[in-house]
Design a protein around this ligand. Structure first.
Ligand SMILES: [Zn+2]
Length: 456
């Protein structure tokens, strides 16, 4: 399963510990006791769910040191170190063998990992890093970066078996801000600047209600993503976290969203600076927008969009790109439909239906009668039926009549301004995020700047 498949719309994602940490910061900011911010944020962190799992990832060099130390005492043969990443369709045994370990020993060492449930071998992702230490043709030790926040070290026991250990190191939360002009695809620009896949997907899902990623991004448009990042004891970034702020400054739309969890309902969502939710009744781009390259007009993707002759909107995207339910509703149909190829129709409330055509496949288990939530993956882009290339053909119906999904006025989500107390809470949170955004990268720089900014 990829990160994309696991993705749900902002409102469906679980509340995490960040907002609790940030609330501590806000409280202190209000008190003006800024010098204590660092202490409180750090002290508050371990109680939040995200931090309990944020113990992690001793970098591979430590494993090398441990192994060398063992090796010095009784093995004169040189220790050969090799590292590599898991390829698509490769097994972990395949990778460890490719890095020089005999297959039998690779299997035995990995068995020690599986037997302690330290890794789920059915959910391994390409790119997973491993390092082997081989001496005299035998595997001496193995280190696996199990996921972004965890390393495993497998060593031989005195009895000749294998022992797997989880290595922990303290991670320090920090923040990173990437900002650039969109050059064809937000994805490439953001990745080049140090964001990961997940941050771009979060960015795209915050804007999926508002913008047609295919046709409404123009040359010169700019974006900003401000997100959490965690560094280990050496200051090496280990993994990235939640997107705290996402902004688009473009011809079609200028809007910024803060990820925020209102204290009354506990539902995390993205809100603009006035406290209006990004969420609408239906998404404008019901597809992982991170994977769409903008057409910049229609020159790159000669696909029609909505015209009188064509009652839908087309999104060109690679085969396999996840397609989302544009809104919550009930699946009416998930079957072949002539020129539409593999086809899904969803019934929503208020007389709305949405349809998705040319899919390569349906999400596992999707059946008519089933309830789906907005942002849930229902299928994958393909080119089935009468189609000339991979794209999603998307249609919206109101009371059975096709309408232009790109110009619909849709019911919007929560407006915090309707409750002055909630708006005040949000505004104070938003201001603290803005202080962090305007600072440099790195926790000390961030906190130092926060201190200056909140002191009276
Ligand atoms: Zn079409």
């Amino acid at each position: 399963m990829t990160q994309d498949e696991a993705h749900l719309s902002p409102a469906q994602r679980p509340k995490n510990g960040l907002s609790q940490g940030m609330k501590s910061l806000i409280v202190l900011g209000v008190l003006g006791s800024a010098s204590a911010i660092a202490g409180l944020v750090m002290a508050g962190r371990p109680t939040s769910p995200i931090l309990q799992t944020a113990e992690a990832a001793t970098p591979l060099p430590l494993a090398a040191r441990l192994v060398s130390a063992i090796d010095m005492t009784d093995a004169p043969a040189p220790l050969i170190k090799a590292d590599g990443k898991l390829k698509r369709n490769e097994t972990l045994t395949g990778l460890v063998t490719r890095l020089g370990a005999p297959a039998g020993e690779a299997n035995a060492a990995l068995q020690a990992v599986y037997s302690k449930d330290l890794i789920d071998h059915r959910r391994l992702r390409p790119g997973l890093e491993a390092e082997t230490f081989v001496s005299d043709g035998h595997l001496t030790a193995l280190s696996i970066k199990a996921d972004a926040g965890r390393s495993l070290l497998v060593t031989r026991t005195l009895e000749g078996g294998w022992q797997a250990t989880e290595l922990n190191a303290k991670l320090t939360p920090s923040y990173k801000r990437v900002e650039a002009e969109i050059d064809g695809s937000i994805y490439n620009a953001a990745l080049k600047l140090g964001a990961d896949d997940q941050q771009v997907v979060d960015f795209a899902s915050a804007f999926a209600y508002d913008i047609d990623f295919q046709r409404e991004i123009h040359p010169g448009d700019r974006f900003e993503i401000f997100f959490e990042t965690f560094v280990d004891e050496r200051g090496t970034p280990v993994r990235n976290g939640e997107v705290l702020y996402a902004a688009l400054d473009g011809k079609a739309l200028k809007r910024g969203f803060y990820r925020y969890t209102p204290s009354d309902d506990g539902v995390a969502d993205y809100f603009d600076e006035k406290g209006e939710s990004a969420t609408k009744f239906l998404m404008k781009t019901p597809i992982n927008g991170a994977r769409i390259s903008s057409s910049f007009g229609t020159r790159r993707h000669p696909i029609s969009g909505y015209t009188r002759l064509h009652k839908g909107t087309d999104f060109a995207a690679p085969t396999g790109t996840p397609v989302y339910a544009a809104g919550s509703g009930t699946v009416q149909r998930a079957s072949w439909n002539g020129g539409y190829g593999n086809f899904i129709k969803i019934r929503h409330t208020r007389g709305y239906d949405t349809a998705y055509a040319h899919l390569s496949r349906y999400a596992k288990g999707l059946k008519p009668g089933m309830k789906v939530r907005q942002g849930e993956v229902i299928g994958y882009v393909g080119s089935t039926g009468a189609s000339t290339g991979p794209h999603l053909h998307y249609e919206v119906y109101v009371d059975g009549k096709p309408v232009n999904a790109m110009s619909l006025k849709l019911p919007t989500g929560r407006k915090l301004a309707e409750d002055p107390a909630m708006l005040a809470e949000f505004t104070s949170y938003k201001d603290s995020i803005d202080v962090l955004r305007r600072g440099g990268n790195g926790p000390m720089a961030q906190l130092a700047r926060a201190e200056v900014a909140v002191s009276p």
